[in-house]
Each structure stands twice: as C-alpha cells, then as structure tokens.
Design a protein around this ligand. Structure first.
Ligand code: GDP
Length: 348
C-alpha cells in the first residue's frame, strides 16, 4: 500500500481552480520578465489560442515583451528526419547551459497537425535538456496554415527573449516551405547533413544551400569519419559556387557528432564569430529590421486575404465566376477584373 498522504479533495479543486484562473496581462508579463517558465508557457498558450478575446490579450503581452531590451541570438536548425536534429539540439543546448546561458527550443513543423508531430512531439526527445532549469522546450504550435504556425513561433521568440533566454533554437524539418519560413525569423541558419549517402549534393532542395550560414555534417564518428571528411570537402566546394552574402559572411562547413559530442562547441564558436562579425558591420540589426518589415507585409497580405474570403457575397460571386470560366464564357483575367471592380465600388 502506498504511504503517500492523499491530498483532500477540496484542496485539489482549489489548486485546479487556481491553475484555470485567467491571468492578467501584467501578472503574465511580470512572470515572464522574471524568467518564470510556467508563466512563459502560459503566455505562449495565450498567443497560440484562436479565441478572439485571447488575441487582444496576447497582443498586449507581446507589446510589453517587445519593450524590454534583450540580447539574443536566434538560430534555425534544419535537416531531414533522422539526421540527428534532436540529438544535436540536446548536446548543443547542454553545452550552452553549462556555460550559464539560457536556451529556448521552438519548432516549426507543418506536418504536425496531420501526423501529431514528427518533431518535438513526444516527451522522450531531448530528455536531459528538457530537465535542465536553464532550458525551455516548446513543441511546434498547431495551425491550419504554415503562415499561422510561423506567426505563433515568431511571437513565441519574443516572449522567450523577454524571459531572458539568450539563445533561441528554432527547429524544422524540410517540409514544404518550412525552411524558408524559419530562415525568415532567425539570425543564423544551420543545415544538418549526413555523409556517406554517396552523391552528397543530391537531394538538397534548391535554395536551402543558399540560405545556410553553416552546414554541419553530423554523425561524423566511427566508420563514418572518412566519409564525413569527403562530404565536408564536397559541400565546401559547392558553397563556393554561390555569390558572396551581403553581410560579408562566408558560409562554413563543419563535421560533428551529436552522439560523441565532437565538434559541437566549434559550431557554437562559429555562431559567436558570426554574431560578432555581423554586429560589427551593422548587418545583425539591419537583418532583424528587414525581417520585421517583411513580417508586417506578410501579415497584411494574409489578413487582407482572410478578410476578403470571409465575406459571403464574394464567395458566391467567385463561385459563379468559376462556373463561367469553366464554360469558357469569360477569361480568368476578365473574371478577376470584374470582381475587383465590384470591391472597388464597395470601398468607395
Ligand atoms: P532527428 O529526426 O533529425 O531529430 O534525428 P534524431 O536526433 O532522432 O536521431 C536519429 C538517429 O540518429 C537516432 O537513432 C540517433 O541516436 C542517431 N544519431 C543522432 N546523432 C548521431 C551521431 O552524431 N552519430 C551517430 N552515430 N548517430 C547519431
């Protein structure tokens, strides 16, 4: 028989009630500013909510968090499933927390809504890091569009920074546009690759190499070391074919082993070098400003579309125009023009 004393029922319900209690914006932000991980998680849950009442409140929290001066580096990490992303983040994160840094891990996984999450879905991943008091791990937000997931992750970054996290890791799998989306919200983009698969450069989506600030060949251990060296040379050669980056940074290729903790510290030193280099030449701040402007334009674009398609009369008009297009009665261009003229009249 268990000798644990049972908590009286009325106390349990009291605790539940307290947990359920809606927190005010100032209570939340106070907690977040103090680095309270429970309140940080609550804040993120708020901004992930689709309830319109929460939306207003979340915006207030974000505004307050934005006003707090912070200093962080945002790192995007991508690679195919099985390349070792979670193993890498676990050792990389631990290396940083051992140095006294606070590390937040977020994710963008567009497949998660369908498959219940291929990344950061189960609790067994990053077991050591998730128990580390200096680390905060948040699974990918759910959403019906990549744009929605991206917004929530971007806003989560702001909350994590206000909570004093110095290093923000945003993990993604190479599905759809998810890499481009993560690239648009980070300072440094790291591509994890495997060696030994033969034609190293095949199977890389166009544009991914161009986005990378560094490529790390993972699993460079055991029998794989020679193959990893070969891959390193091939990737280095391939990177030289790209035009130099505007920020003056030359992307690097490294080898690492998440399993044996080799080359991990070197990757952090490289990122520190990158931050110093781009801070000195002004590109670090400039890059974030450009990202913010794009974020605004993107939001505007999405919201306008959302507003437009929500309106019932446009929906029916679109349907009848589609029928006419199908019957070859009007051209698609003419159909679009007709509808836009209607909107124009309405807005007058
Ligand atoms: P993810 O799907 O990209 O998150 O990959 P995981 O971190 O789950 O790793 C996939 C598999 O590769 C697991 O069995 C890991 O143990 C293994 N693995 C990860 N990193 C290394 C490494 O550096 N060396 C070796 N030999 N295996 C590794």
């Amino acid at each position: 028989m268990s000798n644990k004393r049972k908590t009286p029922d009325h106390t349990v319900s009291k605790i539940k009630e307290l947990r359920r209690k809606e927190m005010s914006v100032s209570e939340l932000t106070k907690g977040i500013f103090a680095g309270d991980k429970t309140l940080l998680a609550k804040g993120i849950t708020l901004l992930e909510s689709s309830n319109p009442i929460h939306f207003e409140k979340a915006n207030e929290v974000i505004q307050k968090c934005l006003s707090k001066p912070t200093k962080s580096v945002r790192i995007g990490i991508t690679g195919v499933p099985g390349v070792g992303k979670s193993s890498f983040i676990e050792v990389f994160g631990k290396t940083l927390t051992n140095q006294g840094k606070k590390v937040a891990v977020l994710a963008v996984d567009p497949t998660s809504t369908l498959s219940k999450g291929s990344i950061l879905g189960d609790k067994t991943r990053m077991e050591r890091l998730s128990k580390d008091p200096h680390a905060f791990i948040r699974p990918t937000p759910s959403g019906d569009s990549l744009g929605g997931v991206a917004r929530k992750t971007r806003e989560s970054i702001i909350l994590c920074e206000a909570a004093g996290f110095d290093v923000i890791l945003v993990e993604t799998v190479g599905v759809g546009q998810s890499e481009t989306v993560v690239h648009s919200m980070v300072d440094f983009f790291l591509l994890l690759k495997l060696s030994g698969a033969g034609d190293e450069l095949q199977g890389i989506k166009r544009g991914i190499m161009e986005m990378a600030d560094a490529i790390a060949i993972n699993k460079a251990d055991g029998h794989n070391i020679e193959k990893a060296k070969l891959a390193e040379r091939e990737f280095t050669r391939a990177l030289h074919l790209y035009p130099p980056k505007e920020n003056g940074w030359t992307p690097k290729v490294l080898r690492c082993s998440a399993m044996e903790n080799i080359g991990i510290l070197e990757i952090w030193e490289l990122i520190e070098g990158f931050s110093k280099h781009t801070t000195k030449n002004g590109h670090f701040e400039q890059h974030r400003k450009i990202q913010n402007k794009n974020w605004f334009l993107q939001t505007l674009d999405e919201q306008l579309k959302h507003l437009f398609y929500q309106r019932k009369n446009y929906k029916t008009k679109i349907e009848s125009l589609l029928t006419e297009i199908e019957a070859n009665k009007i051209s698609p261009y003419f159909a679009a023009k007709t509808l836009l003229m209607d909107i124009h009249q309405e807005l007058k």
